[in-house]
Design a protein around this ligand. Structure first.
Ligand code: AMP
Ligand code: AMP
Length: 372
């Protein structure tokens, strides 16, 4: 277990990076900002929201996905890239800062770029918390500090003595996850995942093994507004996962014969409206997570974050994961979810909510609290 993600050296380094980024922001014309993101994940959501709030929008996009951003013209400018990591090129960063570009990070930043240390363009959000998100043990520490009920972690595969879900580094969106009840099953399924090309043998040396919580999955997308100092529930969704969501279509006798081993590759999301009394637990959890974020990663949470939860047969909530940025489940909340409409009384969704916060800060002439 990671005892603490923050040693003094790291704190100093983060402070310096932040100072540099704020210096770049000083040179920006806040009345002429561009909202920039990578073409994937929730870019339609982010760019549509930014346009609705009156910003210029820019999408860095690979040839493969170009058809999406041509079919839905939410970007004023499409910049072709070969790979998502082109964002880190010096010339690209220069080009974006010349257009007063603010980057909106999403799932592809963590999945395909990883270390954002080379990135000196202002980001809406807290890049240190995005780093916490990438290390499962650190996420766990954060959730624990916030007092949330979380699944037990099994330190070694040999110690598996209950139903567990096995995740490994680099696995994204549930691809290659599997269930096991003991060590033998762990070995058998690991081998199967490698044979199917869903994982590499070396991945399982550092597998993250978590108690599997039987229940209903609910993903809460919140927004913490530093300007209004409040946590807003923007949308709730659940995932549509291959091939675990297709198991019910196969009779159990056939499942047994085939010895099926489902995985959790995400292919889409559904909107969810929660039983109202259950909202209190989720809202309290979100507030606690924000409080702890201020202790572990100055200046704390900025903007979107997601709590991934399971509600069991007693309707008790266990949180198994946190994302410190927009998640793709918020795409179900366009133009509004029940919750964002109740709160705002107008169409509001995560991409637009991000842009609204930026617009309000730009109008005040101070964006420092939103940027890292
Ligand atoms: P993509 O650009 O679609 O490959 O997505 C980038 C990252 O976000 C990957 O790690 C995906 O697994 C994850 N992701 C994409 N869409 C979703 C979704 N609808 N729900 C959850 N995760 C997603
Ligand atoms: P994740 O990549 O952590 O978001 O997990 C992908 C999927 O695996 C989730 O959408 C759930 O269906 C499932 N899952 C992950 N962890 C757990 C857990 N501890 N208990 C139950 N289901 C889980």
């Amino acid at each position: 277990m990671v005892q603490s993600g923050m040693n003094q050296e790291r704190v100093e380094k983060i402070k310096k990076t932040r100072e540099k980024i704020l210096e770049i922001l000083e040179g920006y014309d806040l009345n002429n900002l561009s909202i920039v993101t990578l073409g994937s994940h929730s870019a339609l959501n982010i760019l549509k929201g930014a346009k609705e709030e009156g910003f210029k929008t820019v999408c860095l996009c690979r040839e493969k996905e170009k058809i999406i951003y041509e079919s839905f013209p939410v970007a004023d400018e499409l910049i072709p890239i070969e790979d998502y990591s082109d964002l880190l090129n010096e010339e690209m960063q220069e080009r974006i800062s010349e257009m007063n570009g603010i980057l909106i990070p999403h799932g592809s930043f963590n999945a395909y770029i990883g270390n954002l240390e080379k990135l000196r363009i202002p980001i809406f959000g807290n890049r240190e918390l995005m780093y916490w998100e990438t290390i499962r043990e650190m996420q766990h520490e954060w959730l624990k500090k916030a007092g949330l009920k979380i699944p037990r972690i099994i330190e070694k595969p040999e110690e598996i003595n209950r139903l567990v879900i096995v995740k490994f580094p680099g696995a994204k969106g549930g691809k290659g996850y599997f269930l096991a009840t003991d060590y033998e099953e762990f070995l058998k399924k690991s081998k199967e995942m490698v044979e199917k090309g869903l994982a590499k043998a070396k991945d399982f040396k550092s597998a993250f093994i978590q108690e599997y919580i039987l229940g209903t999955n609910v993903y809460f997308s919140f927004f913490y507004s530093p300007l209004l100092d409040r946590v807003e529930l923007i949308a709730i969704d659940r995932r549509y996962e291959a091939d675990v969501d297709s198991l019910g279509k196969v009779p159990s006798a056939i499942q047994l014969k085939l010895d099926l081993s489902p995985t959790y590759t995400v292919v889409g999301n559904f909107p969810v409206v929660l039983r109202e009394s259950l909202l209190s637990e989720a809202l309290k959890a979100a507030k606690n997570v924000v409080e702890v974020s201020k202790e572990i990663a100055y200046p704390g949470m900025v903007g979107p974050f997601c709590l991934e939860a399971v509600f069991d047969e007693n309707a008790e909530m266990t949180v198994f994961e946190i994302s410190a940025r927009i998640v793709a489940g918020t795409n179900t909340g366009i133009p509004s979810s029940a919750y964002s409409y109740i709160l705002w009384g107008e169409n509001m969704y995560m991409g637009r909510r991000i842009a609204r916060e930026l617009r309000l800060a730009a109008e005040k002439g101070d964006m420092r609290d939103l940027i890292f």
